[in-house]
Design a protein around this ligand. Sequence first.
Ligand code: FES
Length: 148
Amino acid sequence: MPEEFDPYILGIFCNWCSYAGADAAGTSRMQRPANLRIIRVMCSGRVDATFVLKALANGADGILICGCFPGDCHYVEGNYKTERKIPIVQKLISQFGINPNRVKLQWISASDSVELTELVKEYVEEIRELGPNPMKKEKREKWEKEKS
Ligand code: FES
C-alpha cells in the first residue's frame, strides 16, 4: 500500500494579525495539521522572493504567507507591497516548472483563528494533491510511481 505523502509547509506570518490568529487558535486548542511550521516576521511586507526560493530549494512543499487585511497593516502599506510581490514570485517559480499554487498569500486577522485552522487544512490537502516539491527529486519520483 502506498505511503501517504506528508507535505512540509512553511508558514510566514506577520506578527500583528496572522501570528496572533495562530496563537489564538493554539490557545483555544483548535486542531490543525502538524504539516505547517510557522516563522514570524514583523510584517508580510518583509517577505521577499528570496525567502520563497530558499524555502523551495530547501525542500518546502508549500509556502503559506499570511498578513493583516488590507488597511490593517501596522506598517501602513506593507501588505499592499506583498499583494503586488507574490503574483510576481508565483510567475517566477512557474518559469522553473513549479506549480504557482505552492505559494499562497492569505489575509488573516487576530480573530480569524477558525478561518486559519480551515485554511491550513485545505492548503495541506491542496499540496498533498500536488505531490512533493519537484526539487526533491527522489521523493517526487517515488510519489509519481505510487500514484500511477
Ligand atoms: Fe501585518 Fe503588515 S503588519 S501585514
